[in-house]
Design a binder for this molecule. Sequence first.
Ligand SMILES: C[S@@+](CC[C@H](N)C(=O)[O-])C[C@H]1O[C@@H](n2cnc3c(N)ncnc32)[C@H](O)[C@@H]1O
Length: 252
Amino acid sequence: MVGKFVGVGVGPGDPDLITVKAIKTLKTADVICIPKSHSNKPSMALGMVKQILKERHPPPEMLELVFPMTKNELSLRKLWAENAKIVAGKVRTGKTLVFITLGDPMLYSTFMYLYRKIKKDYPDIRLEIIPGVTSVTAAAASAQLPLAERDEVVSIIPSDLNVELLKETAKHADTLVFMKCAHRVKDLLHILKEAGFTENSTIALVKRCTLPEEKVLTGKLCDLLKWDVTADYFSVAILKRSEFLTNKKVDT
Ligand SMILES: C[S@@+](CC[C@H](N)C(=O)[O-])C[C@H]1O[C@@H](n2cnc3c(N)ncnc32)[C@H](O)[C@@H]1O
């Protein structure tokens, strides 16, 4: 009886974008680990897989793991250690635990913290990762804007990146992808221009991509100021140095 801990990417939102391997794993796992930023908050990842889990009789055990959005390293470390202990304890009884995560587990996911802690403190635990469709590639598909062609360089920028580092990174990239509150790109226009992007550079802002409420705005960098870019954590912006023919889907 050997258990394992599996990180499963469940894609960007549309349940049809969950991989066959992820579905197979969700159908057989003993325990589904649900990461939450707060115990009262609903889990978006769980919402995406609920249909798959509904068809299971008896249902799998559900294990909520709370990871608050804090930058306090000390309390985070304590939480990772506590959660890793719970997971390791269950795996050692022979169970397979599946940790569901939005998009892909290896891209800005809470899964990685737990994965690292378990790997270090419980080296006997078998670990597996099932990749998922990321919000980056899903946003590019929704906006119908290629991320890279030929020898182009793509950089992914988290919203809280230091401005100087952002400028330096932007100088060397053909495409910039903004994640975690991508609406912030509106405040960065002067920096992007200093880094060589122009009024005619192509931009897409995709909110809640692949979900029924998805919103896609595409145009030129100079259009950005006219857009109603309201804050939404679930948004990705793609900025291309070059001009690219877009569908001009401006539905603010
Ligand atoms: C903590 S990161 C998780 C990224 C995820 N692991 C992935 O592979 O896409 C959260 C950020 O991903 C992006 N994101 C995730 N799902 C999204 C969606 N459906 N639409 C737009 N952006 C999304 C947003 O930029 C959000 O702030």
